[in-house]
Design a protein around this ligand. Structure first.
Ligand code: GUN
Length: 289
């Protein structure tokens, strides 16, 4: 029996529709939701991601302020820019596109963002709230994955979930979000022994490696009826591919996300949702209780 493709574009569109309506409501309160984007250097993938995020903002009525900076931009200059954006009342969300050039201290920069404008949920304050189950601004890719589970009514309670990634943007926050839904979560990484065995026993596998020379999730690594979420993106013969051997895995799994058209659109949709939330926070409209 063939599994079902999880349609990230359709789910993202439903999120965007809700954000568009809520944005127009906020505008009636004289709040114009606005996202400041910060891109340092000319990494082609990051350039495309930021363009896509700005375009999506435009589509739902969120304003953007574009900060495109040379790779030579210093730590001190970044600090000054973040401080300026933190104090700018017209800016509700700040997106510093990652990765940053090596000479910049990524942790110091993301930590400097005001927690109420931290639409990536990467400040220590928001990470703390996330691990306490109280976060309002949650990292976009993990919260987009939870949105996919909800849309497809995939219950996580009691399920064995394996995450193949331990990054601050994906693996660690997703661990917390899936734990909150009562899954039994295992985080796998480059030093994990018997990775295949971990994947094979999982009811839900989330993979985010993005390098097919290091990891491909094949049919023999998933159990019948598993849910497979592919966050990886890489280029193979000029085509965008994920970590999962989609054509074969879907013959065995219950649900699989494609690449493209799976998790990627959800990351963008959740950024819009977080920007709207940040704009609402600025007027005291949101509570985490
Ligand atoms: N680079 C890859 N994904 C992301 C993301 O979700 N946010 C930021 N800021 N940078 C990224």
């Amino acid at each position: 029996m063939t599994g079902q493709k999880i349609d990230g574009i359709a789910v993202a569109n439903s999120v965007k529709d809700r954000v568009r309506i809520a944005t127009s409501e906020l505008r009636k309160e004289n709040i114009e939701p606005c996202l400041a984007t910060v891109l340092v250097g000319d990494n082609p993938a990051s350039t495309t991601y930021v363009k896509n995020k700005q375009k999506a903002c435009f589509e739902v009525g969120i304003a953007t302020k574009d900060h495109k900076l040379p790779a030579s931009f210093s730590q001190q200059e970044m600090n000054t820019l973040i401080d300026l954006l933190n104090s700018d009342k017209a800016v509700h969300g700040i997106l510093v596109q990652l990765p940053l050039p090596d000479k910049l201290d990524e942790f110091a920069i993301t930590s400097r963002i005001s927690p109420i404008k931290d639409i990536d949920g990467l400040t220590p304050f928001n990470i703390g709230l996330l691990s306490s189950g109280r976060a309002i601004l949650k990292p976009c890719t993990p919260s987009g994955i939870i949105e996919l589970f909800d849309y497809y009514k995939i219950d996580l309670a009691g399920k064995d979930a394996v995450i193949v990634n331990r990054s601050n943007l994906v693996g660690k926050p997703l661990y917390n979000l899936m734990l909150e839904r009562n899954a039994t979560v295992t985080t796998c990484h480059s030093k994990t022994q018997n990775l295949k065995e971990h994947c094979k026993r999982a009811d839900i596998v989330v993979t985010a490696i993005g390098d097919r020379s290091k990891f491909v999730l094949t049919e023999d690594m998933v159990k019948d009826g598993a849910v497979v979420i592919d966050v990886g993106t890489a280029r193979l013969d000029g085509k965008l591919v994920g970590d999962v051997d989609y054509e074969n895995v879907i013959k065995k799994a219950a649900y699989v996300t494609p690449v493209p058209g799976g998790v990627g659109p959800m990351t963008v949709a959740m950024l819009l949702k977080n920007t709207l939330t940040a704009a609402s926070i600025s007027k005291g409209f949101v509570s985490n209780r």
